[in-house]
Each structure stands twice: as C-alpha cells, then as structure tokens.
Design a protein around this ligand. Structure first.
Ligand code: ZN
Length: 121
C-alpha cells in the first residue's frame, strides 16, 4: 500500500533548516536515495524502536539546484501503552481512567500527578 504524502509548508533553504525541521517533527534519518534530478532523504520516527507501530515519516527532496521540498506521511502513533515500559499496575490505572471516558491528554495529566517519575510521552 502506498503512502500518502502531504506537503510540509515550511521554507527549507539549507541542510540545517532540514535538520531542525526533522527535530521538530521528531524524526531521524532513515534512508537516502539518489535520483536523476534530486536526492531524497527519508526520516522516520526517532522513537520507532519504542513505538514500533509508529508509521510517521518525513521525506525531503533535495533538487540538485539546491531547492528543498518536504513532505510528511501518517501520524505519530504513541498511544499504545501495551509495549511501553509502564508497569502493569500503572497500566491498569490507565485502563480504568480510559474506561471512565478520559481522553489520552487527560490521562497523561492525571498520570503525571500520580506518578511524576513515569513519562508516557
Ligand atoms: Zn512516532
């Protein structure tokens, strides 16, 4: 299945711009390819090892005349608590909160209050 790429509306003029864009999109370099008219740099989620389901990618086309075009695909998926390092008893608290209709943001806030040491990201 092909990915849908959305244009990222940012002015990228240098490799530095590209790297700070990657940082703020939370991605790291995954693959570089060369084509006739441009090179592409594909980035993937910087936490893909932890969030193996996360499909988020950013792609940059670097034309040989120095023009950058950037695209992103999918969204970060970090909501799965299943393969995180959160202890079982905390997970059951999270599940109870979820059953009470709290959304992820509210749960996160609550967990920060209850367990300030644990970061759910
Ligand atoms: Zn991600």
């Amino acid at each position: 299945m092909g990915r849908l790429w959305k244009n990222i509306d940012e002015d990228i003029l240098t490799e530095n711009d590209l790297m700070s864009l990657a940082k703020c999109h939370n991605v790291v370099v995954f693959r570089k390819e060369r084509f006739k008219k441009y090179d592409t740099i594909t980035f993937r989620c910087s936490q893909y090892r932890r969030f193996t389901k996360c499909q988020y990618q950013v792609k940059a086309k670097v034309f040989h005349d120095g023009i950058y075009q950037t695209f992103c695909s999918q969204h970060h998926e970090h909501e799965s608590f299943e393969n995180s390092i959160v202890p079982v008893e905390v997970r059951s608290v999270i599940r109870d909160l979820a059953l009470n209709g709290l959304n992820v943001g509210q749960i996160r806030k609550k967990m920060e209050m209850l367990h300030p040491v644990i970061s759910l990201l």
